[in-house]
Design a protein around this ligand. Structure first.
Ligand SMILES: Cc1cc2nc3c(=O)[nH]c(=O)nc-3n(C[C@H](O)[C@H](O)[C@H](O)COP(=O)(O)OP(=O)(O)OC[C@H]3O[C@@H](n4cnc5c(N)ncnc54)[C@H](O)[C@@H]3O)c2cc1C
Length: 465
């Protein structure tokens, strides 16, 4: 990026809101994948109008732009693989409106997800999507990835709450999609197209979400099981009779790496655990908890089921669950973090497949995640400086994906394709579908300046990684 372009950028956003200082660039060169690509410059816009002008400059020059929230993405979406400009949304962090009567919120993309949940709570309202990263990820990143979370089993994912968007196209034009009403079918559903578009079609500058009344009560049940197959075999049965708001699963390794965060020691023989939360009105939660406990006690393979004794204990359990992903690095320095989904009744086959991959290839692999959605995080741990480990991990990933598709599943439930799964897109989608998606990308972004190198093959050495 030459001097003149940087000067133009500074004219748009102000002298201090653009940086090319190497130490500062390094802070925006990585994401949750642990990979690094240095941008040429980083910009911190303060308004939609500034973003429009930056994109006009980007298409006239041209240079590439990568939108970035908090950089917690798990598939490399915020990595500037082609250098260029990283656009950080941290200054656009205001909740503009919470309309209690109509149960909606309007906010800027840099709002932290957990902050929206707290703000909604102060109005007696509830924003359900709860990625485990909610204390630091942004709503813009959630919309771009269609983030999910433990509560998706009852409440659905980000897509189910986004009513409308304001967004800037790669050429700088401003668009408005969707509505702020409960319903709306005017024209094509561009909101749905942009949700999950991974920052490749437009820059999201304002988000309208629907909210729900906050649930009155919660209870947490912990189900200690002998093994992975026993635990996952329970899932379909539980959901046949109950609607928990979370149904999370952790295998033995996941439990071991966060055991110092658990509120109590686990018996030796525990091979897997289910964390089930029920919410709703006080009486109905109490009734559902006792019915579910009875159901669980009659199931084989369970060592013990117990309810959390206090709000503190419940919070400690959730803190332990949220700590699994970062704690994984105590096993190996690098991680392939897959978020495959299978029909819930096939979960036992999925976890058996990961056990077989461990046995046959010797890879360090463990599983946890949103069992209620059939969405299991399969973590393949490796040291990328050891070629043999990289080869084994790549083989494990390929075999895992083959098994997931054979079981009728999908390669990503919530993390998106980004960089790390681009090479595998054609395993799931046929060529005509991929071509149509590429044509949509070209229509939005004919110069390929917005977040290039993501989603579509050919990948840029996707498993350097
Ligand atoms: C510990 C941990 C736990 C996690 N748990 C979950 C989980 O339970 N569920 C889940 O779904 N994910 C989870 N994630 C992944 C990640 O937090 C989500 O994908 C989240 O939505 C990313 O938000 P972000 O603000 O960090 O976005 P970034 O990583 O900065 O960006 C992600 C993508 O969004 C694009 N983007 C960002 N802002 C905009 C914008 N304004 N306009 C257009 N595009 C934009 C970027 O270009 C990029 O492609 C977890 C990550 C970590 C590290």
């Amino acid at each position: 990026m030459n001097k003149k372009t940087l000067q133009e950028l500074r004219k748009i956003v102000g002298q201090d809101q653009v940086t090319t200082v190497p130490e500062e660039l390094a802070c925006y060169s990585y994401d949750g994948t642990g990979q690094e690509y240095l941008p040429a410059a980083v910009v911190f816009p303060g308004s939609t109008e500034e973003i429009c002008r930056i994109m006009q400059l980007a298409s006239a020059t041209p240079f590439t732009v990568v939108p970035r929230g908090a950089g917690t993405g798990m598939t490399g979406g915020a990595l500037p693989v082609a250098g260029g400009l990283v656009m950080v949304m941290s200054r656009l962090n205001r909740i503009l409106e919470i309309d209690r009567d109509n149960q909606i919120a309007i906010l800027q993309p840099g709002v932290i997800t957990g902050d929206l949940r707290k703000a909604a709570g102060r109005h007696g309202l509830y924003y359900p999507p709860d990625p485990a990263s909610l204390k630091f990820c942004t709503m813009g990143g959630n919309v771009a990835e269609c983030a999910g979370g433990p509560s998706a089993v009852k409440y659905g994912v980000t897509r189910d709450y986004v009513l409308g968007l304001e967004a800037v196209l790669p050429d700088g034009r401003l668009i408005h999609t969707g509505v702020r009403t409960a319903k709306g079918v005017v024209g094509y559903d561009l909101t749905r197209l942009l949700v999950g578009s991974e920052g490749t079609l437009a820059i999201i500058t304002q988000i309208t979400v629907r909210l729900l009344p906050a649930p009155e009560a919660r209870s947490i049940l912990l189900v200690l099981c002998r093994g992975m197959v026993e635990a996952t075999s329970l899932v379909a049965g539980i959901l046949a009779h109950h609607t928990p708001c979370t149904l999370e699963y952790m295998d033995r390794t996941a439990l071991a790496i966060v055991q110092n965060k658990l509120p109590f020691p686990l018996p030796e023989e525990v091979g897997a655990l289910l964390l089930i939360e029920l919410d709703g009105q006080k009486d109905s939660v109490a009734l559902a908890t006792s019915q579910l406990t009875k159901f669980l006690q009659a199931q084989p393979g369970i060592i013990q089921s117990r309810t959390a004794e206090s709000a503190d204990e419940a919070e400690q359990l959730w803190a332990a669950r949220r700590a699994i992903s970062p704690a994984a690095f105590s096993l190996k320095p690098h991680k392939m973090s897959e978020d495959v989904v299978v029909p819930r009744s096939h979960l036992p086959q999925l976890v058996s497949c990961t056990e077989a991959l461990h046995r046959e290839l010797g890879v360090v692999i463990f599983t946890f995640g949103h069992a209620g959605d059939g969405n299991i995080h399969v973590n393949i741990m490796l040291d990328r400086s050891i070629p043999q480990e990289v080869r084994q991990a790549n083989t494990a990933k390929q075999l895992l994906f083959e098994e997931v598709l054979r079981l009728g599943g999908t390669l990503s439930g919530e993390h998106g394709i980004g960089l790390t799964k681009a090479a595998y897109l054609a395993m799931e989608l046929d060529q005509s579908t991929i071509t149509l998606m590429q044509e949509i990308k070209r229509l939005f972004d004919p110069l390929n300046i917005l977040n290039p190198g993501k989603i579509f093959p050919p990948p840029i050495d996707s498993e350097k990684h």
